[in-house]
Ligand binder design. Sequence first.
Ligand code: ATR
Length: 279
Amino acid sequence: MILSGKARLAGVLGCPVGHSLSPRLHGYWLERHRIDGAYVPLEARPEDFPEALRALAALGFRGVNLTIPHKETALGLCDSLDPAARRIGAVNTLVFADGRIEGRNTDGFGFIENLRQGAPDWQAGAGPAVVLGAGGAARALVVALLDAGAPEVRLCNRTAARAEALATDFGGPVTSIAWRDRAAALAGAGLLVNTTSLGMTGQEPLDIALDDLPPAALVTDIVYAPLETALLRRARAAGHGAVDGLGMLLHQARPGFEAWFGVAPEVTAELRAFVLAQD
Ligand code: ATR
């Protein structure tokens, strides 16, 4: 796309940012919709982050996505936060408008939209969700699952204190279960989600027996490299529905694109193939 002087600008701000798939993803939508705009990778060290944000806003950027390590720091730099960002305690999408910085978190939206697209029959209210892990990603998913109507969220983390802290924060239907009891936690569940780094290329495999998981339960992984993790393969082999993690990344990008460029984009099979075909 050849840009005009009126081109709309956005990007992804992180450190490092070279691994990000977001420029390719937004670039695809910009081309597809023939938009006079650009979405660029932007690297800023933590100590330069507040200044970088102010500079981007002053330069007329419409907004940015944030990635590691800026998602939490940004909370204190926004003029307003959406309820998801406030509850999750992290921001992944910034919208600059009228001299103000609006912070949003669309990770939970992306997670739920991915399940809706990949498993249209799945209902959050159908049964307890088991979430493996208690990092930043788990936090976003717990909020999304509660908002979507999950009756119970069972958090299983190697370091029990992190899961307990999350359970204390969210209360009621969120409970912490010891890591060694993860297989038994699957009894009666409607959903199993892996938010740990286990199963990712170069990491240890995720070791969990699926025997106690009810046949109707859905399994999903936020790991998307490899796309078909051993967990998803084993789940499919046992007859469960399974949804890979790439879609969460694609769907979380939709609200930002719409806010910055004025078009609601779609997640299609062609987009998935395009994003995966990098290098
Ligand atoms: P993110 O913010 O992306 O979720 P994170 O905070 O680094 O990333 O969380 C990674 C998750 O993977 C954590 O739940 C971590 O467990 P701990 O809280 O005990 O560190 C989990 N994880 C990483 N390696 C693991 C391993 N070998 N066994 C079990 N869990 C592991």
